[in-house]
Design a protein around this ligand. Structure first.
Ligand code: HEC
Length: 112
């Protein structure tokens, strides 16, 4: 009884931790200022000031955070989306989850 109780507790505890971890990841709240810094370092040359897009490089500002995150994660996984994905795959490879969250937070708000 005591054993069962503690096993149940352990499993329950494990699940809780797991849920907390995945929730924390989903809810990883981006830092807009850090995102802006990162954006200016690696993205502005193609996507222009505040992600407004330049010529054939798409506008990337004003999108929902989940949209931008999932695009960047897809590129980071090496998966093509459009005809010019190889450029983005190269750019997204080094991004951490935190940087993706920061960039997505910045791009949602970015205006010129
Ligand atoms: C060398 C030029 C270049 C750089 C630098 C670059 N991108 Fe891109 N980006 C592109 C191109 C080209 C596409 C369209 C790719 C395709 O065809 O799938 C794109 C697509 C995207 C998309 C998807 C847009 C959509 O709605 O489908 C996002 C989001 C994005 N870029 C974010 C970024 C971020 C964030 C950075 C900096 C870490 C960055 N890009 C750096 C060229 C670039």
């Amino acid at each position: 009884m005591l054993l069962l109780g503690s096993v149940g507790y352990a499993i329950g505890g494990e699940k809780l931790t797991e849920n907390a971890a995945s929730t924390a990841e989903d809810a990883l709240t981006g830092n807009v200022e850090a995102g802006e810094e990162r954006y200016k370092k690696s993205c502005i040359n193609c996507h222009g000031a505040a992600g407004k897009g330049v010529a054939s490089y798409p506008k990337i500002s004003g999108q929902e955070i989940s949209y931008t995150k999932s695009k960047l994660e897809t590129y980071r996984d090496g998966i093509k989306i459009g005809p010019n994905s190889s450029l983005m795959i190269m750019m997204a490879k080094p991004l951490t989850d935190e940087e993706i969250a920061d960039l997505a937070a910045y791009l949602k708000e970015a205006t010129i």
